[in-house]
Design a protein around this ligand. Sequence first.
Ligand SMILES: Cc1cc2nc3c(=O)[nH]c(=O)nc-3n(C[C@H](O)[C@H](O)[C@H](O)COP(=O)(O)OP(=O)(O)OC[C@H]3O[C@@H](n4cnc5c(N)ncnc54)[C@H](O)[C@@H]3O)c2cc1C
Length: 809
Amino acid sequence: MKDQAQIVIIGGGIVGVQIAYHLAKLGRTDIVLLEKGEIASGESSHAAGLVTQFATSQTMLRFRMYSIELYSELGLFNHVGSIRVASSREQLKELERSVSRAKALGLEVDVISPEEALKVMPQISKKDLYGAIYLPRDGQLDPYTTTTTVAHLAREMGVEVGTDTMVTGIELSPKGEVTGVITSRGTIKTEIVINAAGMWAPRIAAMAGLYVPTTPVDHQHIALRAVSGNEFPENTPCLRDPDNLVYMRQEQGGLVIGGYEPNPLARWIDGAPWEHGGRSLPGDYDRFEMLLEGAIRRIPFLDQAGIITLVCHPGAYTPDCQPMLGPMAGARGFWMAAGMSLNGYGGAGGIGKLMAEWIVEGESPWDIYAYRATRFGNYYNDPVYAAERTRESVKYYYRLKFPHDEPEWARPHRVSPVHYRLLELGAVFGEKFGWERVNYFEPGKPSRRMGEDQRQWGWAKPPFFDRLREEHKATRERVTLFDLTSFGKIEVSGNGALPLLQRLTDSDINKPVGSAIYTQFLNTRGGIESDLTVTRLGEDYFWVITGSGFIGNDLARLQMYADEKDGEVSIRDITQEYACLALWGPKARLVLQKITNDDISNEAHPYLTTKPININGAKVYAQRVSYAGELGWELYIPNNRAPIVWDLLMNAGREFGMEVGGYKVLDSLRLEKGYRYYTADITQLDTPYEGGLGFCVHLDKDDFIGREALLKKKQEGPTRKLCTLVLADGDEFTQIYGGEAVYHEGKVLTRVRSGGYGYTVKKNILYAYLPVDLAKQGNRFTIDLIEGRREADVTASVLFDPKGERLRA
Ligand SMILES: Cc1cc2nc3c(=O)[nH]c(=O)nc-3n(C[C@H](O)[C@H](O)[C@H](O)COP(=O)(O)OP(=O)(O)OC[C@H]3O[C@@H](n4cnc5c(N)ncnc54)[C@H](O)[C@@H]3O)c2cc1C
């Protein structure tokens, strides 16, 4: 075995071999792939082998489409097609919604009728069959042959594959850079290590001092014998029936059936044993019974099929059931490609390609924000909590989760210091990143947590619609108090702080102390990596404020780009040290002035500045910004003083008719103002110019990541831009969830990024990127909404207070 390599890959499952294969194809062959057993001796040996292209995320769709074409090219794929059925009315709606989204992303797919579905697969029962989709390019593969073939091809291109070689440690330099991998057969010096160790990945990460939340959760599939007279032909399409929680494929005239149990079993939550290789665990027939019943509901003659075997094996899942990909902060050169969450075979081809290009070119070619390995930060480092979240995500792999549904397990996990006051006011809580957050209030009613609530009203108008109007109206006309404590807060200090932030942001951060700067982190292509506020609280002292779910990635980005050449820099997550209360509305100043002696007049405390003010002895950072587009402040208060400040604000606000508000109304308020939501309206593939955030870009700043790309873009001029549209006919509320296909002249043109109802302007608002030649006010497009096709017109970008006078009042 080599004692030095450019790249070491740990894990000889489908993911590890695909990365090796794609790196070799890009000419990187100084690679060693290490596997403690044989190739395909982990989870990869147990897959049922079904692969579909269908996905509603752009990147996952790309991964899967690419994987299928690659397997096909290598002669490893059987294009038997696949059918996905809706066995309930709600599921049919969900299928229609997903089809609209998938079409907008470039997949050719349509909902077919029950009769057409029966033609594709005559064996299925027509009982409770509401519709389906059929994808002829989908199909199945043999997992073992696929993994070993790809490994063989990588080897042929020059990759060294070391089987029976156990990784036992990672070597780091004093600066925290990877320098080597220690194995049972000696040490290999290297600067890049890729952790593709499947469910053992957390143990490998821990060797480098890192934490990654993947939990092994059992997955079972059963092989049934052919039923005489009802043998399935070889070209039988794969079947997925989410309502019945099962998938199936043909094997020797019979079927292999797997599925997603409603109460999945997590095991080894603090580390999978090394000695567990490819062994199958004893199948649990009691647990599988309800899945088999589901399969029989869809194909009744299966009740006569004899059982060949029940396979049980854990899969590596993450808390949101998405893979963990890319570099980690804290150990330079340490990359992740694990936690596949059953996306293994479907994802691995595309993931292999992505990882290889990312490593070689230094930037990911696709939008992988939702899959970044850093996204969980340390927020899931309680194994019991991580396992509960993960088990629940697995439960929803097939079970219909409506857009307004919230997780139910492992709650409450993290609460704000004013939580008990919120309880007294009838707060209805949702959950984000472990935080209990108020969605809206039901005054006079007992407080409660939302869960699978949307099941009660389905796809109709939500019952909280009228309450949101109250919260909205109060914010526009009087004043509303919000608890936004879950905001991510990062303290960046030291003489290296300014150079680091200047390098990462597109705006000029070198502003007077007290400035609050709305800005973005970019990648080298000029795409948006983060959307945040940087506040200068001292010469060398800054706060970076970001969304509740973005703290993991943003913190990691700061850590990864910190460079000792800039000088000393300390980066600290202070999210859980400060509460954040937002006071927004035209009467906000009158309320705040009642509880502080500091001067908060417009002259003394203008828009986009932050000042420490004294409230009852507490030093509160009052930041004049507003996601609602109104006069007001975000108040950052040391946790222990937050309840007192809350009480003082509530008392002071009474005479001004102050309301309390939750997160749901913020969406309505910000949509009227043209404010963007990161991950939907602006992503890694959109530049600030395209996203309407050109005003944040300071090209005259010395240098920053993405500057060159933006200079070029500016010269060339934009080809598309994010536009505001409103539904044309009528002001009645219409459900817009985001992702829906936008048609122009009968063809899919683009997709809705985000949308909702604006209560002040009384319009259904949506944002979509349009080519510049079509981005003209008054132009009309057709939107494929859940309620059917509707016309929408391009309108002014900002529908309410376009000059921002209220913010500056
Ligand atoms: C029952 C079941 C059915 C499934 N069905 C499907 C399906 O139909 N379609 C689909 O797309 N996916 C399916 N999957 C998921 C798919 O199998 C996985 O997502 C995929 O195999 C994960 O691949 P991997 O390379 O990440 O992990 P693994 O295959 O587990 O590979 C990781 C490798 O790392 C090695 N390793 C660990 N620690 C060390 C160490 N210290 N030193 C050296 N080597 C080490 C392990 O031995 C292992 O071989 C199924 C999974 C299960 C459990």
